[in-house]
Design a protein around this ligand. Structure first.
Ligand SMILES: NC(=O)c1ccc[n+]([C@@H]2O[C@H](COP(=O)([O-])OP(=O)(O)OC[C@H]3O[C@@H](n4cnc5c(N)ncnc54)[C@H](O)[C@@H]3O)[C@@H](O)[C@H]2O)c1
Length: 353
């Protein structure tokens, strides 16, 4: 089997999970890495024995690599994905894959034009509960899904407080684009990618003066980082989205707030409903009906390394020339919804698409 050569752009917290996953796959080698922070570049390269190191990300694209894994701050994702695709590489890019719809479209178009593969790194799709719900949807066991609720809520603790995470021009926003994007992607995937037509969004920043660092990226990975202290993004955002087929979704994401926490998705179908909530035991609940009576079923799955499953899936797509799980229209829809929740929050008006 041909050995696949991988290069990683961005040597921060998430890169460790990508590299560890690639290294566990036979005939895959992580050969090169790039990060403008030379101290961190050396730290990660030495930890994983990566020989080629580049301070400038453009230089890694000159290497004879098959796959580029993009783990840089959000604002660079589109530019780096497009350049990597054009340089003949297949690309797996961390979420959010872009800051706005135009960027997302440009990535999708470049992947199409070049014939190289592009996948958004949406690890939650690979969780066993997600795949279980997906099977229920595909087998018609939920009937018509007409309403959904998706939330990703934290109580206190801002990731990378005072770093690129909390700097609008580098992150694109706060919890909505950081963690809300995960649960929104899952909802769009499970609901069959309906087309949004009306979006109402709100955003708040109430914990600016009480914010505490949430511990991500892992402290040990922050080698040589120089935080600026900027915090100009929201700490909570929510959106109400009506789709063209009259399906609706309520979405909320917070880094701080006085509320329940965790990741939760509820889908209402005409035959059954599902709720997955990380904080409930067992986490998956199916609301069904038997002989005219409501019947609830609860399930728990063994935990899985979703990063490993995600990276293995992408490597298999490259090897077998198959399409990655993240479809172009899903990628664009997710970013379009986020962009327009922010737009609606800013203008105070609903957005009709
Ligand atoms: N899928 C997940 O569960 C998950 C979890 C955490 C982070 N992420 C995503 O991964 C990405 C990286 O997050 P992180 O937590 O590793 O952040 P991090 O701050 O730990 O790492 C980012 C790294 O990128 C480097 N960098 C800055 N500018 C760059 C540039 N122009 N080119 C290349 N590298 C550059 C920084 O020096 C830093 O080392 C983000 O997009 C984030 O949303 C995904």
């Amino acid at each position: 089997m041909k050995k696949l050569k991988v290069g990683v752009i961005g040597a921060g917290g998430i890169s460790h999970f990508h590299i560890e996953a690639f290294k566990k796959i036979a005939d895959v080698e992580v050969c090169a890495i790039s990060d403008p922070n030379e101290q961190k570049l050396a730290f990660v390269a030495e930890k994983f024995g990566i020989l080629k190191r580049f301070v400038n990300w453009e230089d890694i694209l000159k290497e004879p690599l098959d796959i580029i894994s993009i783990c840089s701050p959000n604002a660079f994702h589109a530019q780096q994905s497009i350049a990597a695709l054009k340089s003949g590489k297949h690309v797996i890019c961390e979420k959010p894959i872009a800051l706005n719809t135009d960027e997302a479209r440009a990535i999708v178009n470049t992947a199409k034009e070049t014939g190289n593969k592009f996948m958004g790194a949406f690890c939650n799709r690979f969780a066993p509960h997600s795949q279980f719900i997906k099977k229920m949807v595909d087998n018609g066991q939920m009937g018509e899904i007409y309403y959904g609720k998706a939330s990703c809520l934290r109580r206190r603790g801002i990731p990378g407080l005072g770093t690129w995470f909390t700097t609008k021009k580098l992150a694109g926003g706060g919890p909505l684009i950081d963690i809300g994007v995960h649960i929104l992607d899952l909802a769009i995937y499970l609901m069959g990618c309906p087309e949004p037509e009306l979006i109402v969004g709100v955003s708040y920043n109430k914990f600016k003066n009480q914010a505490i660092d949430g511990g991500w990226p892992p402290i040990w990975s922050r080698v040589g980082d120089k935080p600026t202290g900027t915090f100009d993004v929201e700490d909570l955002a929510a959106g109400f989205i009506r789709f063209k087929n009259n399906v609706t979704l309520f979405l909320e994401a917070s880094w701080a707030g006085n509320s329940e926490t965790g990741m939760k998705i509820s889908l209402f179908g005409t035959k059954s409903g599902v709720q997955y909530w990380t904080e409930s035991k067992p986490p998956l609940k199916i609301f069904g009906e038997l002989n005219g009576y409501p019947v609830d079923t609860t399930l728990e799955f063994p935990s899985q390394n979703v990063y490993q499953l995600e990276i293995e899936h992408f490597v298999n797509c490259v090897r077998n020339d198959t399409q990655p799980i993240t479809k172009p229209e899903e990628i664009i829809t997710v970013i379009k919804i986020i962009e327009n929740i922010y737009k609606s929050a800013e203008t105070g008006k609903p957005v009709e698409l």
